[in-house]
Write a protein that binds this ligand. Structure first.
Ligand SMILES: NC(=O)c1ccc[n+]([C@@H]2O[C@H](COP(=O)([O-])OP(=O)(O)OC[C@H]3O[C@@H](n4cnc5c(N)ncnc54)[C@H](OP(=O)(O)O)[C@@H]3O)[C@@H](O)[C@H]2O)c1
Length: 282
């Protein structure tokens, strides 16, 4: 399912951070009605119940929808025991109210500098994800905000390899080394902040491209992400945004325009979420 969704573009995942209550249910229902089939949530977003409710009431066969959630035990912190981690995963499945979750990710590797047991916690949490996958209530397991060293470290302890990774990627923060490594490892990349929360909407070259393709700057950035082979995640609670973002599948950026966007990299300075970065692997 993941491979099929990731390989047959355009696939854009609906971001849900800071969307709650009835407006969350409505947003997801509108997204599903518009043809979106991937949803991104996390325990810390506090909306798994609403997302489950929207999916269950949509009438769309469960196997056509891909829901990713992410676990943590606090800010940049992971469970320290296997039981805590297993309970955490099962809590997500229960709140979603579905038989299974398509993907569960470790939201953040933890703070190695501040917490001497961060490495042990991510290893323990990974073991819980492996067991959840073997038990069948989680279909895919993965990681988020891991850097290249964290990905490499997993070779020493993972019995099951991750199949997807979520990270911030857009022209201003490209993570080339990490992207190369993830591609080599066969990981599907979900790119968050793919439209940079619109922070570059006034960039003159981006505006010029948007005018030439007769789309918006957000659509150009979504298209860039798709052409890079990522699954972009975008939050679009405004119905016009939600519907129009599908246009990212209707045009192709030229090689020259991809190169112009590719020249905007600023390393960690270009990150929208620098507090989630774990080193300058920009
Ligand atoms: N793994 C992680 O640690 C992590 C970290 C950050 C984010 N994420 C995930 O990624 C998702 C996306 O990140 P984000 O929400 O921070 O940023 P984003 O998707 O880059 O930006 C969201 C903003 O863009 C606006 N927007 C959407 N489509 C638009 C369009 N066509 N034209 C103009 N504006 C448009 C939205 O407005 P409206 O809502 O008003 O439409 C919203 O204000 C999150 O919701 C979350 O699911 C994951």
């Amino acid at each position: 399912m993941l491979q099929r969704l990731a390989r047959s573009p355009p696939h854009i995942a609906l971001g849900t951070d800071k969307v709650h209550g009835a407006s969350c249910v409505q947003y997801i229902r509108q997204g599903l009605d518009a043809g979106y089939r991937m949803i991104d949530t996390a325990q810390v977003y506090n909306n798994e119940e609403e997302i489950g409710k929207a999916v269950r009431s949509s009438g769309i066969p469960r196997n056509q929808i891909f829901i990713t959630t992410k676990i943590a035990s606090g800010f940049r912190k992971n469970p320290s025991t296997l039981k805590e981690a297993l309970d955490s995963v099962q809590g997500s499945v229960r709140r979603l109210g579905l038989d299974y979750v398509d993907a569960v990710l470790i939201h953040h590797p933890g703070d190695d500098a501040a917490n001497g047991s961060a490495a042990l916690c991510r290893r323990t949490t990974w073991e819980a994800l492996e067991q959840s996958k073997i038990a069948g209530y989680v279909k895919e397991i993965g990681i988020s905000n891991f850097n290249a060293a964290h990905v490499a470290e997993m070779r020493q302890y993972a019995k099951l390899r991750p199949s997807l990774i979520q990270m911030e990627i857009h022209p201003w923060y490209q993570r080339s080394e990490l992207v190369r490594l993830c591609r080599k490892e066969g990981l599907t990349i979900q790119a968050y902040a793919a439209i940079t929360q619109n922070k570059h909407a006034q960039d003159t070259e981006l505006l010029d491209m948007a005018a030439r393709y007769n789309v918006s700057t957000a659509h150009v950035l979504l298209r860039y992400s798709l052409q890079e082979g990522h699954v972009p995640i975008v939050k679009a609670t405004n119905l016009d945004h939600l519907l129009s973002n599908k246009r990212a599948g209707s045009f192709v950026l030229s090689e020259e325009d991809m190169l112009i966007l590719g020249s905007k990299h600023k390393g960690i300075e270009g990150s929208i979420f620098p507090w989630l970065a774990t080193n300058a692997d920009g």
